[in-house]
Design a binder for this molecule. Structure first.
Ligand code: ATP
Ligand code: MG
Length: 410
């Protein structure tokens, strides 16, 4: 992509109303635009990052046997009445049509996936079943703040599974937990795992996946060495005590952002919707259900919170919108065009700052955007190209072929 043609270019100044790093940098660099509090447009640049996050979690969900679907966001009132959530879920948006019919906007999809699965689960041979989607959620959050960390419209990967036995559920639950840890690692994050009670509908154990960041909303105690972490409000253990999991380190206090969770839903929803199957003895049984949420848009915000510096974003290579940005200084347009085309031919995701702008402001834009590698073409360097990693101060002068080789190996 040539930056001169990019629809949303980096801005000179951050937005005035930004209260967090992710809000400030994502808007200023041109990854998102705010429509109103908690509601954002993802620009072509932002969508590239979001797509990479989506594909990372998608790959892991496919690996554990999840099958992808896309469920509606507009739900009939009755499904929410059936589960008792029409009145009890405070974040549920209620809509009324011009004929007086009532609807809900999907804040989660148990109310859709359970009747949907009832159609296809008939016998024990149809179990286990795991359906997932990557889809927008709508929530009447009291305070939508912290950029894309807490939206009123946000995206989630949500998976729902049905099992014949508690043992099979426990097996799957562990597989998904491991898949989550891998997916967080692949997008450049380290997630701690809390054990917490499963909210208002079940007293079964659930896991919450937390990333340490001051922009998070949860006060936690965590182990610096292993994945252990607890919410400080409900915790039996305290700061400074030995980690109950690994015993190696003393627990520290910090703030975390919840980037995902997994719940044992038991038989709450299958009973509400009378979803039964016939077991091997011909008896009617309720399956056991689990749900697995992963905040894709929040994950993008948390990555920015974690890995930025005073100059801007620093994307991990795996989810950067472009692997490399070419900065061509005056008189180097022809050479830059050749390099740009060569890199594209080698399937390298390349951005070229071909704008007629000062070197200083081009360098600032490259840093703000957070592209992992920067190539500078200037008359001073002759035929060599200056390579600089976003995370380093040092630069290297490389031959053209060396640059091509390095980048095509990424
Ligand atoms: P929170 O405690 O942060 O409100 P939650 O318990 O309501 O989260 P779930 O309903 O289980 O979360 O949603 C699954 C995941 O979706 C969360 O772990 C989080 O990553 C993400 N998420 C939840 N609410 C929001 C929101 N308002 N904006 C962005 N992401 C969200
Ligand atoms: Mg919530």
């Amino acid at each position: 992509m040539k930056m001169s043609q990019m629809a949303f270019k980096p801005l000179k100044n951050p937005p005035a109303n930004a209260d967090t790093i992710n809000h400030k940098l994502l808007v200023q660099a041109g990854y998102v635009r705010q429509l109103m509090a908690g509601v954002y447009t993802y620009t072509p640049l932002g969508l590239k990052v979001l797509n990479k996050i989506r594909n990372t979690i998608r790959k892991e969900m496919n690996k554990v046997g999840g099958q992808e679907v896309l469920m509606p966001s507009l739900h009939p009132k009755q499904n929410w009445v059936t589960t008792g959530s029409w009145d009890s879920v405070d974040v549920l948006f209620h809509l009324e049509s011009r004929t007086g019919k009532e609807y809900a906007l999907g804040q989660s999809h148990e109310e859709v996936v359970t009747p949907l699965s009832k159609d296809i689960i008939k016998s024990y041979k149809d179990l286990p079943l795991a359906l997932y989607q990557i889809n927008w959620k709508f929530r009447d959050e009291l305070r939508a703040k912290s950029g894309i960390l807490r939206g009123r419209e946000f995206e989630m990967k949500d998976m729902y599974s049905f099992h014949e036995t508690q043992e099979d559920f426990d097996r799957f639950y562990q597989e998904v937990k491991d898949a989550y840890i891998r997916a967080y690692r692949d997008v450049g994050l380290t997630a701690k795992v809390t054990e917490a009670s499963g909210g208002n509908f079940t007293d079964k154990i659930s896991y919450e996946f937390m990333v340490l960041t001051d922009a998070g909303e949860d006060d936690i105690f965590y182990c610096p060495s292993c994945e252990f972490c607890v919410n400080s409000e409900i915790s039996k253990v305290k700061e400074g005590e030995n980690c109950p999991k690994c015993g190696d380190e003393k627990l520290k206090a910090g703030r975390g952002s919840e980037v995902g969770n997994v719940f044992d839903l038991g038989q709450k929803y299958v009973k509400d919707f009378k979803l039964t199957y016939t077991n091997a003895n011909g008896e009617n049984k309720y399956p056991i259900m689990g749900c697995y949420g992963w905040g894709t848009t929040r994950t993008m915000g948390v990555i920015v919170e974690k890995t930025s510096d005073e100059k801007g974003i620093i994307w991990p290579v795996a989810i950067a919108p472009y692997q490399v940005v070419i900065v061509s200084l005056k008189g180097m347009e022809e050479q830059a065009e050749r390099l740009y085309n060569d890199l594209k031919d080698h399937n390298v995701e390349v951005l070229w700052d071909d704008r007629d702008d000062s070197p200083g402001s081009k360098f600032a834009a490259a840093d703000l955007l957070g592209i992992p590698a920067r190539l500078v073409l200037s008359e001073r360097n002759g035929d060599t190209i200056e390579w600089k990693n976003r995370t380093d101060d040092a630069t290297e002068l490389l031959d053209y072929d060396k640059v091509l080789m390095r980048l095509s190996q990424l």
